[in-house]
Design a protein around this ligand. Structure first.
Ligand code: PXL
Length: 281
């Protein structure tokens, strides 16, 4: 694999095993030079069980960082965005997506903003609308079913069939990304999976559902997908590797009630390296 440099833009939740503290190690073990642009610094992630969190918005640091990189002619082979701190920040991030990539840059947007039918604390419909515009610039988007509903205006349902998911996918396709990974698609109580739509080719990878909505698994999943995909795997194969790895993370965490806030992804990083295989060498 030729050397590749990726920029990931998301928050630092100091405690909570999500966003940058997950993306940086996962992308690094996949062999990528990982540069970071923190969107905000929070004491913990925003799940209610942590109580009141601190939030330092880094929006106004972004233009100066961007200018410096431009002055130094720094470019990235891929740019991957996750949780972003404000609507204004999304505009700055759009400018980075438009200007900081090498020719043929891969742009991945994880619209990390909602789960289980509700937006994360601090977000509203104006934020959703800004995120929708960011998705229009992406080559790949990875919404879960809740995020897909917010992005498209399709009413959220906890139970659905393949027709509902096809409709959701059609509406997402209209946003413009060539590749869509729709995560957390579950047709039976014991299984869940990911729909991969690549230029209209749709496939589904289903796997065992171990627990209902584990915190931080969206970020683990997206980071592992990006790591595998940048190693030359097809979107479907990368989606499969990411799903298998995320299941392993949940397996090693389940049963530890005190570890409700994230998954112990570190313990199974060696397995991710094995799944990626010699391509990462
Ligand atoms: O895992 C997504 C995420 C990222 N960053 C912050 C969050 C969340 C989910 O709640 O609160 C700050």
């Amino acid at each position: 694999m030729p050397d590749q440099r990726i920029l990931t833009i998301q928050d630092i939740s100091c405690v909570g095993q999500c966003s940058l503290t997950v993306a940086l190690p996962i992308l690094s073990v996949c062999g990528l030079e990982t540069c970071v642009l923190p969107s905000a610094v929070l004491s913990t992630h925003t799940a209610a069980a942590f109580g009141e969190y601190t939030f330092r918005d880094l929006t106004e640091d972004i233009p100066a960082i961007h200018r410096h990189w431009q002055k130094e002619h720094i470019k990235f082979d891929a740019i991957y965005t996750g949780y972003l701190g404000s609507i204004k920040q999304i505009d700055y991030v759009k400018a980075i997506l438009e200007t900081m990539g090498v020719p043929g840059v891969k742009r991945i947007v994880d619209p990390a903003m909602a789960d289980n039918g509700v937006l994360y604390s601090g977000f509203d419909l104006a934020y959703v609308s800004a995120m929708k515009n960011l998705c229009r610039l992406a080559d790949v988007i990875l919404p879960n079913v809740t995020e897909a509903c917010f992005l498209t205006g399709v009413p959220f349902r906890t139970e659905y069939d393949a027709d509902y998911i096809s409709h959701l996918l059609e509406q997402l396709t209209a946003l413009g990304a060539g590749t869509i990974l729709l995560t957390g698609v579950s047709y039976t109580p014991d299984t869940t999976g990911v729909i991969v739509s690549e230029n209209g080719n749709v496939s589904y990878y289903a796997h065992r559902k171990i627990a209902q909505g584990c915190h931080g698994t969206g970020d683990v999943y997206a980071s592992a997908f990006v790591g595998a995909w940048m190693n030359g795997y097809s979107a479907y194969d990368a989606a499969k590797i990411a799903a298998d790895y995320t299941v392993r993370c949940i397996e090693v965490t389940q049963g530890d009630e005190s570890h409700w806030y994230g998954v112990k992804f570190e313990q199974v990083l060696p397995e991710l390296i094995q799944m990626i295989g010699p391509k990462a060498g």
